[in-house]
Design a protein around this ligand. Structure first.
Ligand code: XMP
Length: 543
């Protein structure tokens, strides 16, 4: 559905956020993202947040996520019941809906039969959330109690995604049941006057057709919110905030070539221009053409002050004789930090350090207040003892929003849509000892894999596609000659978040094209294999 006709306003974009209360669901982040896709700012909060603190944040609406527990289990997560008295519109999803029913006097039963996956749902009565025709009428307040003939036509069967064991069997007093399924007599319920809604299905998942429209009806019609969270409004606010923070100081940013640091740098540059200096450390372990691309995009296209340090020799020296993957990571990470530190200290008076921390990092670190330096294995991790104040302009954004901001800031597609690349780079894709020759061989094969994926138009369908050099030799024959050359493994996976992944079902013709180009164009390689392992049990990288 299209949002009500309300002009986006730069100043109002974060007013009245939608709070997504996390009941331990894998879906809380997804719900928050879907709300943002409706151009309304959302944040995830713990279910332990007292009602007074919820009220203090002046939310435009509250959404209760699903959760793995049963409301009947002792100690299952609850919400402060005073939240129902705040007059804030509420939508409960799955466990969230059951909790509303249980806390407001309805009944949730352990029926012994759950529903998982695609389910046919019957829409039974006029419903603000479920009636598509309400979209074309006046917003908030004036639809659900005045059904039209068109509403009735709209009712009928819908396909929704379910994942529940308990079921709401009796709604609380004053609630209307608007839909049901074979195992969920109350699949959707609402109290339009109190503006409290519940759905047993998951509108946030792609498997529920029209699910986004259900959420948007809640936000626009149920809660009367306006779609003011836009890329342009975010950029305006972020630029103003960065200017306030940095003032006339100097800032430094380590560019890894990845999208997060790139967008953070471009944003800070828009705010403070030449008060920002970027440092790019070329480890010699980058993909073919990558260093030139980064330097070109920042120095030439964006006009950003950039110091490029070519440190390839130092990295290869440090990696001589090292074969253990974790040792490689440690050596590469520490050396990177030392080189970055040196370059940053050479920038006179730099007091601020720009980091591309994203909202999922903030959620995972369990604190939305304390600025925390990422210290995981990523190259670009910055040592704690560095005496800089952090500037983290992307702390509130999800990855897809970062890409949109990057596009709006004029960064090239190759950077905005870059696939994830491990900090230690090709160092963990050459198995065994890392030498310039092996990295050169791998980089050429890898460039062919990526070029063919791009030519086939599959770049955005695969999560990562790359080459690995397992550093084993096999016998082959080329012309009349016996060869004894290196093997290249092609790895291509689909994934949503890298936590799990499946090997990509690339067309045979595409694999054939990659294979024949690699053996013909990369001297020293005489065999190509395709990795058909998912994660788990494999990992995406080979080391
Ligand atoms: P695995 O191999 O664990 O990788 O399935 C999951 C995701 O993380 C990336 N990866 C790394 N990223 N430093 C990074 O910054 C690393 O050492 C590292 N190791 C793996 C990998 O490319 C995939 O996207």
């Amino acid at each position: 559905m299209s949002p009500p006709d309300q002009p986006p306003s730069a100043t109002a974009s974060r007013d009245r956020p939608v709070l997504v209360v996390d009941f331990g669901a894998q879906y809380a982040q997804l719900i928050a993202r879907r709300v943002r896709e409706a151009h309304i700012y959302s944040e995830i909060v713990p279910h332990t947040l007292p009602a007074t603190e919820i009220a203090d944040r002046q939310p435009g609406a509250v959404i209760f996520s699903g959760g793995p527990k049963s409301v009947h289990v002792e100690g299952s997560p609850r919400i402060d019941p005073d939240v129902y008295r705040l007059g804030i519109p509420i939508l409960g999803i799955c466990y969230g809906a059951q909790l509303i029913a249980a806390q407001l006097g309805g009944r949730v039963s352990q029926t012994g039969v759950g529903e998982y996956g695609r389910t046919a749902m019957q829409v039974r009565s006029p419903s603000l959330l479920l009636d598509a025709n309400a979209d074309d009428r006046t917003p908030a307040g004036d639809g659900p109690d005045s059904p039209t003939a068109a509403d009735t036509e709209e009712r009928g069967e819908r396909s929704v995604w379910m994942s529940h064991f308990d079921s709401i069997t009796t709604p609380p007093a004053g609630f209307r049941v608007t839909a049901s399924t074979p195992q969920a007599p109350v699949a959707a319920l609402e109290h339009p006057q109190q503006r409290i809604f519940g759905v047993q299905f998951h509108p946030e998942v792609a498997h529920t057709p029209g699910g986004q429209a259900v959420l948007e009806r809640f936000l626009y019609r149920g809660a009367g919110l306006a779609p003011t969270w836009t890329t342009a409004s975010f950029i305006d606010e972020a630029v103003a905030a960065v200017r306030r923070q940095i003032g006339d100081g100097r800032a430094v940013c380590g560019l890894s070539g990845g999208v997060d640091s790139a967008v953070a740098a471009a944003l800070v540059h828009r705010a403070v221009g030449r008060q920002l200096t970027c440092v790019y450390v070329d480890t010699g372990l980058m993909r073919q053409g990558e260093s030139d691309q980064v330097i070109d995009a920042f120095r030439r296209s964006q006009g950003i002050d950039l110091i490029a340090v070519n440190a390839a020799d130092r990295f290869f020296d440090a990696l001589t004789g090292v074969i253990d993957p974790e040792e490689k990571r440690k050596i590469i990470g520490e050396l990177f930090i030392r080189i970055f530190e040196q370059a940053a200290h050479d920038i006179d008076g730099a007091a601020f350090l720009v980091q591309g921390t994203l909202y999922p990092d903030v959620i995972e670190s369990g604190s939305d207040a304390a600025a925390k330096i990422k210290s995981h294995h990523n190259v670009g991790g910055i040592p704690d003892e560095m005496d800089f104040e952090l500037v983290e302009p992307l702390r509130d954004l999800f990855k897809d929003e970062v890409r949109t901001v990057g596009q709006e800031l004029g960064l090239p597609d190759e950077i905005v849509w870059r696939q994830p690349f491990p900090g230690p780079g090709l160092g963990v894709r050459v198995i065994g000892e890392v030498t310039p020759d092996k990295v050169g061989l791998l980089a050429r094969a890898d460039a062919i894999v990526r070029a063919e994926i791009a030519a086939a138009g599959l770049e955005r369908d695969v999560w990562q596609a790359f080459a690995v050099l397992p550093d084993i030799r096999t016998v082959g024959v080329m012309g009349d000659e016996r060869t004894y050359g290196q093997v290249v493994v092609i790895r291509a996976v689909t994934s949503d978040d890298a936590m799990t992944a499946d090997w990509a079902r690339l067309p045979y013709e595409l694999l054939e094209q990659m294979s024949s180009r690699i053996v013909n164009e990369v001297d020293g390689i005489n065999r190509v294999a395709y990795d058909i392992t998912s994660k788990p049990p494999g990992t995406i990288e080979w080391e």
